[in-house]
Design a protein around this ligand. Structure first.
Ligand SMILES: Cc1cc2nc3c(=O)[nH]c(=O)nc-3n(C[C@H](O)[C@H](O)[C@H](O)COP(=O)(O)OP(=O)(O)OC[C@H]3O[C@@H](n4cnc5c(N)ncnc54)[C@H](O)[C@@H]3O)c2cc1C
Length: 379
């Protein structure tokens, strides 16, 4: 099989297909180590509840399945590579607002409750509980919200570990090779040559746009800083009248800070305004961040469809998967499991979201045709 795109979806699928005994070739436009993917830029939050504020209940349902699947996958990787544990923490998230913006916290909670039909309420935090949970927020915030059922992952390390495991399992990795996809065919753009496979899976994110015209890129910007002066255990979201900032702790005293989501496909470097907003909001969370070192300012495009949901288009010889938008780590487990269930008889779905993930209407028949075309012996 061939996979076009070595970002989040491409790596997860390649790894799982290799584990099930398939031969897999991964084509990546850039470097697989440096990785130009949105997956590398991402903050790595798995936040089914706090993300629900401006999405739909579906994302909550997909995210709750993801919270079960990630630990299983990470355990599987750890067994194969015991010296490479990927940091993953399921200790929830904290939402805070400064004293003058307290009404935003109440509004946020109401919005979450309305959106999630009371299934995830969150707990109020006061000064004492904030001090117990996140001592470095204590001096700055007297009230907050806590959502226990949220997680975060060291996404960059995950991408590295997946690459190593794919190589260990004999996956062919072809980098610096931008491709187009067609049924049973990978078309190398630079050499104008066609390679033929039993099947092709298109996971190119925004790079698939020339062949999937509804794909749009949504610009996102992050800062990565390092300091030993501040310690956070959980992702923290700061509510502010003009922006919402998130700060996600990473191993080695690093933090990823993001806020902006801009409806633009401009992938040029970060603007001065965004840099000022991110830096000043960071300082407002704890003034000790003033001495943090800025390691990186990164910009990337989230691959989105009109409805901002993931979508799998299938036909014999070609699967196209896209639209993970700003929820890649939140929804990838469900998207990958549904793709594997389509390809492998041995995978059965505990939670079936096929009607939503696959194209509507004729999907039932197409899925059956696709399944019989993919009827390949498993190990
Ligand atoms: C700033 C930011 C913060 C984010 N934070 C989070 C978060 O906290 N939690 C969360 O769940 N999600 C987050 N996301 C979203 C997440 O990163 C994406 O949803 C996810 O990476 C999409 O996965 P993908 O595999 O479809 O695309 P990508 O990860 O972008 O991978 C696509 C790959 O295809 C390659 N490619 C493109 N064109 C071609 C071609 N022609 N030939 C070969 N290869 C090609 C690209 O180089 C890339 O490596 C964030 C995204 C951004 C930008």
């Amino acid at each position: 099989m061939a996979i076009a795109g070595g970002g989040l979806l491409g790596r997860l699928l390649a790894w799982q297909l290799l584990e099930h005994g398939h031969q897999v070739s991964v084509y990546e436009a850039g470097s697989l180590v440096e990785s130009p993917s949105a997956a590398k830029t991402a903050a790595g939050m798995i936040s089914p509840i706090s993300e629900a504020i401006d999405t739909e209940l579906l994302m909550y349902d997909l995210g709750m399945v993801a919270l079960q699947q990630w630990p299983k996958w990470l355990q599987q990787l750890l067994q194969a590579m015991p010296d490479q544990p990927v940091y993953y923490s399921h200790q929830g998230s904290v939402i805070v607002a400064h004293q003058r913006d307290q009404s935003l916290l109440h509004q946020y909670r109401q919005d979450i409750q309305r959106q999630l039909l009371e299934c995830a309420q969150g707990h109020w935090l006061d000064g004492t509980t904030i001090a117990e949970m996140e001592p470095d927020l204590e001096a700055y915030f007297r009230q907050g919200l806590y959502f226990p059922d949220e997680a975060h992952i060291d996404n960059r390390h995950l991408l590295q570990v997946l690459l190593t495991r794919i190589q260990q399992l004999g996956g062919e990795c072809i980098e610096h090779t931008p491709v187009d996809t067609d049924v049973f065919t990978i078309r190398e753009r630079l050499s104008y040559t066609d390679q033929h496979f039993d099947s092709v899976i298109d996971c190119r994110g925004v790079g698939a746009k020339p062949q999937w015209r509804n794909i749009r890129g949504v610009r996102g910007e992050i800062l990565r800083v390092k300091t030993d002066e501040v310690m956070l255990r959980r992702p923290v979201r700061l509510l502010h009248p003009r922006y919402q900032l998130y700060i996600v702790p990473k191993p080695n005293s690093e933090f990823v800070i993001g806020a902006t989501q801009i409806e633009s496909e401009d992938c040029s470097p970060m603007s001065v305004q965004s840099a000022l907003e991110l830096n000043s909001a960071l300082y407002a969370i704890n003034s000790a961040f003033a001495e943090a070192r800025i390691l990186e300012m990164d910009v990337n495009l989230r691959p989105a469809l009109n409805h901002n949901r993931p979508n799998i288009q299938c036909q014999p010889g070609l699967l196209r998967i896209n639209g993970l938008y700003r929820h890649g780590y939140l929804v990838a487990p469900v998207v990958v499991q549904h793709t594997l269930a389509l390809l492998l008889d041995s995978i059965t779905l505990k939670h079936d979201f096929s009607e939503i993930l696959f194209d509507g209407g004729e999907s039932g028949q197409l899925i059956e045709e696709t399944q019989s075309a993919y009827a390949i012996d498993e190990r």
